[in-house]
Design a protein around this ligand. Sequence first.
Ligand code: DGL
Length: 270
Amino acid sequence: MTQQPICLFDSGIGGLTVLKKLINKFPNENYIYFADLARVPFGDKTKEEIKEIASEIIEWLSRFNPKTIIMACNTSSSVLCEQGRINPAPTVPIYGMIKSCAKEIANSNYLKISVWATSLVVENKAYKNSINNLNQKIEVSEIACPKLVPMIESLNTNHKEQSETLQKYINQIPNDSQALILGCTHYPLINEVLQKLIKIKIIDPTDALIKELEKHLIPCTGNKQQISIYATAGEEKLQRFAKLFLCEDVKVNLVKLHKLSSYKALNKIF
Ligand code: DGL
């Protein structure tokens, strides 16, 4: 059981921010990361499409007999509500990005909080409902930031251009917000630029997820850690980025999923 891998998935490079923190916290685990770069971005798709995509990925990942599957993607988490609506129903525990963070915020002293997220997460009121179901006193402002994922996936590191795009969304944060939740796993990749532009606390939901996992994960001991990466497109880009970001020389394997052909990709980025 303990040697089984932890499988994670996202639309692209965003979930690597989750993988990186997991590797730091649980260095003996084996990891399998899946990036659906043929169908990025997830945030502008419909609920039904995301349900279909995430279910297909979860089914594909099940071949590795994982000890757990992590939806390293807020958009999928917001549609599948972390467990309930996956078809076929998985036999392994599934974690998403939203529940553990919402729980932590609901039990905090915050009264006004903002969330940046993809259009679908905002449409689903995912953070607002999850927090307010536990604590109605907290005012949650969710702001859709559709330009951020394409900007981050393009690997454009021009800080001036990034700042200009970010400013548009910063202007939508209410003045009295006490903190900003990065409700998309891509966003921590621009944290450095963002921190120079805003003064309020920035919250990465991965931190709450890791605390939750610490309570439940049966750790892998004395094992040489293995990391494997799979992608539905953009293998070279992902390989280059993974090497830079994770400091790991991991080969990226191409995967062809059955339902890929019916989606239009953001393929300009490769
Ligand atoms: N990184 C994902 C998320 O947290 C997906 C973003 C996207 O592809 O739009 O929602």
